[in-house]
Design a protein around this ligand. Structure first.
Ligand SMILES: *[C@@H]1O[C@H](CO)[C@@H](O)[C@H](O)[C@H]1NC(C)=O
Ligand SMILES: *[C@@H]1O[C@H](CO)[C@@H](O)[C@H](O)[C@H]1NC(C)=O
Ligand SMILES: *[C@@H]1O[C@H](CO)[C@@H](O)[C@H](O)[C@H]1NC(C)=O
Ligand SMILES: [Ca+2]
Length: 322
């Protein structure tokens, strides 16, 4: 009887516990932004801050309007103090341009918020993760895919983003996604869990996720900031953020206990750099070969000279001994 009661309570405990575990991941209010938006955007009054050309209406946050030479940003004011997360970004990219429009926008998990620069309105040589939502293929040579194109870049401050090559030499993965000019809701989901980065999209408003890519071995520290930036040059478009929902994911014990503040952002080596690495390896190999051949030639010469002089000497001395 007592045993039954105890088992009953144990079951209830276990069920409760599982239920609690299941109620994670949960939405993080300070890293989310939904309508109605706050009336004031600034560090002292809100979780979010607007920079550059960004304007907020009651329906959208517009990073750039469909006009030339604009650059704007939307930055979280609170660093992310948990290791694992998933962020859903509802956005809209559209404009008058047919064939010529751009350049797209970027979603950041970066060290330095509220800074502007040449990479979709954010600074080059950045620290952190970029999910680049590129609408215009700048590279004039042969291309492997069509635009819009979503790609991921992990940078420790050492990599330069080359717009003329659409960052091809530094991206670690990507996928095609026709997210521009749609009338349906377009959402991109970025999940970072246990050093695995997964990007998926829902561009048809069907509430189903289409996988874009998954990459392992991505190391990102805590205490970076979420941000969204866009820039127009000669080409332009409206780049709107409609809503942001961030979920904190359950980290495993090791990740919870680890101090992840000082991790240097790193990821798999980009494909092109890998190719270049192989190339430089080949180069250093042939350099090494040349070095050994030279040594060999010198040795042969020395041996040759030595035997020549020895022979000469021997020949001179030979008659004397006989
Ligand atoms: C930064 O990244 C570059 C290139 O990926 C690498 O060579 C360098 O060692 C990294 N620096 C640090 C401090 O990890
Ligand atoms: C990087 O992006 C370029 C163009 O944007 C693409 O051709 C290439 O396939 C991408 N690389 C990877 C590894 O996804
Ligand atoms: C890789 O090599 C190509 C051709 O040799 C060069 O144009 C490109 O800039 C190199 N990329 C990197 C990241 O070094
Ligand atoms: Ca581009």
């Amino acid at each position: 009887m007592y045993v039954n009661v105890i088992i009953f309570f144990l079951v209830i405990l276990v069920v409760n516990h599982t239920y609690e575990a299941d109620s994670n991941p949960f939405e993080v209010r300070e890293h989310s932004l939904t309508r109605p938006y706050p009336t004031v955007f600034s560090t002292s009054n809100s979780y979010w801050r607007l920079t550059g050309s960004t304007i907020a209406t009651d329906r959208y946050i517009r990073l750039t309007s469909d006009a030339q030479s604009k650059a704007g940003g939307l930055w979280s004011s609170i660093p992310v103090n948990y290791a694992d997360w998933e962020i859903h970004v509802q956005f809209r990219v559209f404009g008058e341009g047919v064939g010529y429009f751009g350049d797209g926008f970027a979603i950041w998990y970066a060290r330095d918020p509220n800074v502007d620069g040449p990479v979709f309105g954010y600074k080059d040589y950045f620290h952190g993760l970029a999910i680049v939502m590129d609408t215009y293929g700048n590279y004039v040579g042969p291309r492997e895919h069509v635009y819009p194109y979503i790609s991921a870049i992990v940078n420790n401050g050492s990599l330069h983003y080359d717009h003329d090559r659409d960052g091809t030499d530094i991206n670690i993965s990507g996928c095609e996604s026709s997210f521009r000019g749609l009338t349906t809701d377009t959402v991109v989901a970025i999940r970072y869990e246990n050093n695995r980065l997964t990007v998926s999209t829902d561009t048809e408003g069907t509430n189903t996720w289409t996988p874009c890519f998954t990459i392992n071995k991505i190391h990102l520290p805590t205490n970076f900031y979420f941000g969204f930036t866009a820039a127009t040059g000669q080409l332009s478009d409206n780049h709107d953020i409609i809503s942001v929902r961030t979920y904190r994911l359950d980290s495993n014990e090791q990740r919870q206990e680890e101090n992840r503040n000082h991790i240097v952002p790193s990821g798999p080596i980009p494909m092109v750099s890998q190719a270049n690495d192989t190339m430089s390896q080949t180069t250093s190999w042939s350099a090494l070969k040349i070095f050994f051949y030279t040594i060999l030639m010198i040795l042969i010469c020395i041996t040759g000279l030595a035997s020549y002089f020895y022979m000469k000497h021997y020949r001179y001395r030979k008659p004397r001994f006989y």
